[in-house]
Design a protein. Structure first.
Length: 247
């Protein structure tokens, strides 16, 4: 399988506020909210002088009050870009595992106290920001980003004794459901609620035509890695970011 499709889906289903296509590279901007939506994705062939191109990207991001951030996947062009950025004193951060699974044998959830919404709403947004400690200044940007997703989506909230203790987002495209923004109240972690949230979300995905699922998880997040492995996910590749603070 060509795993580059997962990168395409990730770009489509975590929408930035604006995008600049620059000689095969995809430059994304979202007021600094999440590295994924404020980074350079060098996934197509490059023809310009590489040093000049990197310098120009640095100027563009600096002019937008952002650090210059490259997302480094196995599909970057040119293939030695990571080494070049390291030589230019770019820091390596956030090593991440991209994982997939087939949904044909996914188990049924046993906890059904969930609410599913096809569009973002104030209740889901407030609960997510509370559970994930999102700053108030980022709320408007987040709403715009999530509203820009063009494919079928599901905002899920899991209730326990009338309180939302977990929530997340699923997006379906090309028979894949991507999982984003999965978060559980810190007081209720390691009790199975996160697993039940995901199983409910995958059930929705399967009912709406998804045959596969993908997600990205930080490699230092051991509890989430164990959970996703238990559900049935396995790694297909890794990525990380190269970051340079603009002066």
């Amino acid at each position: 399988m060509n795993y580059k499709i997962i990168e395409e889906l990730s770009l489509n289903n975590w929408q930035p506020l604006s995008t600049l296509l620059y000689d095969g590279w995809v430059l994304r901007f979202s007021n600094g909210y999440t590295k994924r939506a404020n980074s350079i994705n060098p996934i197509h062939y490059s023809t310009y002088d590489l040093n000049q191109k990197i310098e120009e990207c640095e100027k563009i991001y600096s002019n937008n009050d952002l650090s210059t951030t490259f997302k480094i996947t196995p599909f970057v062009k040119p293939e030695n870009l990571d080494d070049i950025l390291e030589e230019k004193a770019y820091s390596l951060i956030d090593c991440t595992s991209v994982q997939t699974m087939e949904l044909d044998s996914i188990i049924e959830p046993t906890f059904h106290s969930v609410k599913l919404d096809g569009n973002i709403n104030v209740e889901w947004l407030d609960n997510f920001c509370r559970l994930n400690n999102v700053e108030e200044k980022n709320k408007d940007t987040m709403v715009q980003m999530l509203s820009n997703i063009a494919t079928q989506k599901c905002f899920i909230s899991l209730y326990y004794k009338e309180d939302v203790i977990a929530c997340g987002l699923g997006v379906i495209e090309r028979e894949y459901i991507g999982l984003y923004d999965i978060v559980t109240d810190i007081k209720f972690r390691n009790q199975g609620f996160g697993e039940q949230l995901i199983l409910n979300l995958l059930k929705w995905g399967k009912e709406n035509g998804a045959k596969y699922s993908y997600l990205a998880v930080l490699l230092n997040n051991k509890p989430s890695l164990r959970l996703y492995s238990k559900i049935g996910y396995s790694e297909i590749y890794k990525y990380w970011y190269r970051v340079k603070e603009n002066v």
